[in-house]
Design a binder for this molecule. Structure first.
Ligand code: NCD
Ligand code: ZN
Length: 334
């Protein structure tokens, strides 16, 4: 079966020695990806982002020479219009809003919501997309995302031309809110939120490699996410939030949040959409609606995927991937 080559509208590649392996895993399945800026140090300047992009392109070369990283910066209230223009000139298409402390490497995130309005107004003016990690600090863990919906609604109302992506929606309430808001508000959906609930993290045993933010929630939340993904609504598209953490950073007393799905994303998606009887909705979900929302051309590239069982390795580049040890039905043909 041929599919359009997917775009990933939310991916983490990290920095340093581990980065090239993560880039290759991602570029093996995707033609373009939104690269998240929560590196250490964070991506906050045109210079750093240009350098990062160069390293990503170099690492992708052997796997997919035409891989396109779409760069982002970490939002803070201090950027000037010139800072934003400089970042756009090196390939930045979006800024990411992390509320302080809600996820990996977000201690330097936003605690004064209204303090970001001036920068957000500049983003609206320049046509930069605002990607939002929608969780309210300080709330009970399962309520953090629902508690943040009011912020997304406030942003959408105050900045009617701003494109906002409610990243990795994990609750029925957020899905509902995104549907109700105007066409400038969309959401990404991950592979793991399509298939998991909280039971898959702590229901029978503690499964640290499934632990991620926002937490997968109740069965009815997963049902709403699946319904949105299978609905054919242009407001919902793939962003894997593939977030590699080395095995030792997950299997320890204070484990990191993040699911590594890049090595298995497309086969798992095909499997899930097929099982649900919605394969016809997959092309737009992986390679249509996201590009339309970001205002970039839809890909003309294709990937071939064949029904050929394979077993997901226990580790990939030192990380335990999603579905490790499981046998998947579909395999990408190289
Ligand atoms: C991500 C990471 O590890 O960078 N972790 C996660 O649990 N999803 C950050 C994020 O997107 O929240
Ligand atoms: Zn993420």
């Amino acid at each position: 079966m041929h599919l359009p080559l997917p775009d990933d509208f939310h991916a983490h590649l990290r920095q340093g020695d581990l980065m090239p392996g993560y880039v290759r895993d991602l570029a093996a399945q995707f033609g373009r990806a939104i690269i998240m800026p929560n590196t250490v140090p964070a991506m906050t300047s045109a210079k750093a982002i240009a350098e990062y992009k160069k390293e990503i392109l170099a690492a992708a070369k052997d796997v997919r020479p035409d891989f396109e990283p779409l760069m982002t910066f970490k939002l803070n209230p201090n950027y000037t219009e010139q800072d934003l223009k400089d970042m756009m000139a090196v390939g930045v298409v979006a800024g990411k809003y992390y509320p302080a402390g809600v996820t990996t490497n977000s201690a330097d995130g936003i605690s004064d919501f209204e303090g970001i309005f001036p920068v957000v107004a500049l983003m609206e003016k320049l046509g930069l997309v605002l990607c939002v990690h929608g969780e309210e600090p300080g709330e009970f863990c399962l309520d953090r995302e629902p508690a943040f919906i009011k912020r997304v609604e406030a942003l959408a109302e105050k900045f009617p031309k701003l494109k906002i992506v409610f990243e990795h929606v994990s609750s029925a309430k957020s899905v509902e809110a995104v549907k109700k808001l105007g066409p400038n508000v969309a959401a990404t959906i991950t592979v793991h939120h399509l298939i998991m609930t909280l039971d898959d993290i702590v229901g029978d045993a503690l499964r640290p490699h499934h632990f991620c933010k926002p937490l997968p929630k109740r069965p009815e939340d997963r049902a709403a996410i699946r319904e949105a993904a299978f609905s054919g609504s242009p407001k919902f598209f793939l962003g894997t939030d593939s977030a590699p953490h080395q095995l030792g950073k997950k299997e320890c007393p204070c484990g990191a949040a993040g699911v590594y799905s890049a090595p298995v994303a497309l086969p798992l998606l095909v499997q899930e959409f097929e099982k649900a009887g919605h394969l016809d909705k997959l092309p737009d979900f992986i390679a249509g609606f996201g590009a339309d929302f970001y205002g970039i051309p839809r890909t003309q590239k294709q990937v071939e995927i064949v029904k050929e069982p394979w077993t997901v390795p226990a580790t990939v580049n030192g990380v335990v991937p999603l579905a490790a040890g499981e046998t998947l039905e579909w395999k990408i043909k190289r």
